[in-house]
Design a binder for this molecule. Structure first.
Ligand SMILES: [Zn+2]
Length: 390
């Protein structure tokens, strides 16, 4: 049950707030929807006590890649399912809407959600109205810079970047031309590019080489699906990182997991990680078709990264501080600040043996799960929706 409280105390949880360097057991008071006090053994002062002893408390978790236009195609999902229904306070749609659909997105998705819903606008006018294998960038008329600029300027508060499908299937006969146009547009609008790599949907076109894609990316741009096993990924035929990938990372290009139905492969992840390339962000690529597995939710995706060797603090950092950086919202999201609207996740770390499953049904042993307990926005405390989790 969700509840609204004007004065409540999260009592005795372990607060992990990587942006401020905090990792400590303490209490947090929320009054009138704002973070009022953070400290050890705070006096109740008439507050409703929420006992979160033995729980993890973090700044509201941020899932930076999902498909959130419910009813659109095979994928659109209600944002509150992967959002506050999964212990997550901010979710970001990756390209459901091109410029023509952006107002619809704003009015029907962002404005109706309990979760904060941000948006990567699709470079293609078609956005996500067709399947991901469709050639949405293969006709030069499907990119309209002037209309994208208008749509972005009218919606700066929710737009965090431009989504591009850098696949042979999407680009078709246009080759790398859409990437060149995206680069110029990103520079004009001062927005990062979110680039999908990996030919998970199209089998009949030549894959785009990740080295060619990376030529167009700069510091702050994001590559999603970094652990894809499909052609067009980060590894060469011998399982070595393409040299351009290392160069890009060093120059400040950010790497995101983007789990999805197809694009988290543990063997690829192991090879990439063993060569020292780590993710900046963790995201589900959540949609209607992967909620019931293999993705489930962001906490489960974080637990899979823990099974790959990352610590709780590292995955918490990816889903808070780093995610805020990816979105260009450092300081505003992903950290707790006194006097600001409450935006908090409460999680339970459980010691349990389970098998983490990737997108190709590969498994690795996992020893801990992360369960969502609450997502808190302002004065409202949301409990997770019932979900089958592994
Ligand atoms: Zn996606």
């Amino acid at each position: 049950m969700n509840k609204q409280l004007t004065n409540f105390l999260l009592k005795g949880g372990r607060l992990i707030d990587p942006a401020s360097g905090r990792d400590t057991v303490c209490d947090i008071r929320v009054r009138d929807g704002k973070v009022d006090e953070i400290g050890a053994n705070l006096a109740p002062g008439g507050a409703t006590i929420l006992d979160v002893k033995d729980h993890i408390v973090t700044p509201g978790l941020i899932d930076v890649h999902l498909h959130l236009m419910k009813g659109l195609g095979a994928f659109g999902v209600d944002p509150d399912i992967f959002g506050v229904g999964s212990g997550v306070t901010t979710v970001v749609d990756a390209g459901s809407a091109g410029h023509t659909l952006l107002n619809v997105f704003r009015n029907y998705v962002t404005n109706n959600a309990k979760t904060r819903v941000l948006n990567y606008i699709n470079l293609s006018t078609l956005g996500g109205v067709s399947g991901p294998g469709y050639s949405i960038l293969a006709d030069p008329r499907l990119i309209d810079e002037a209309k994208i600029e208008q749509a972005v300027e009218a919606n700066r508060d929710i737009i965090v970047g431009i989504k591009i499908m850098a696949t042979g299937g999407a680009l078709g006969s246009q080759g790398l031309n859409p990437l060149e146009r995206a680069r110029k547009l990103g520079d004009t609008l001062k927005l990062p590019l979110l680039v999908h790599i990996g030919e998970s949907w199209t089998k009949d076109t030549a894959p785009v080489h990740v080295g060619d894609v990376l030529k167009y990316l700069r510091a702050g741009d994001i590559v999603t699906h970094m652990f894809t096993v499909h052609p067009g990924g980060l590894l060469d035929g011998n399982g070595k990182l393409w040299p351009q990938v290392r160069d890009a990372k060093e120059s400040g290009v950010l790497m995101d997991v983007g789990h999805g139905l197809h694009n988290l492969n543990f063997d690829v992840a192991r090879k990439v990680l063993d060569q020292g390339l780590h993710p900046d962000g963790v995201s589900t690529d959540g949609h209607r078709g992967n909620r019931a597995g293999p993705v489930y939710d962001l906490p489960t995706t974080m637990a899979k990264l823990m099974a790959l060797g990352f610590s709780l603090n590292q995955v918490a950092e990816m889903a808070t501080t780093n995610a805020a950086k990816l979105l260009g919202r450092t300081g505003e999201l992903g950290t707790l600040r006194i006097g600001q609207p409450a935006d908090i996740s409460v999680l339970k770390l459980e010691d349990r043996e389970w098998k983490a499953v990737d997108s190709q049904k590969g498994t690795i042993p996992a020893h801990q799960t992360i369960m969502p307990i609450y997502a808190i926005r302002g004065d409202t405390i949301y409990e997770p929706l019932p979900a089958e989790r592994p």
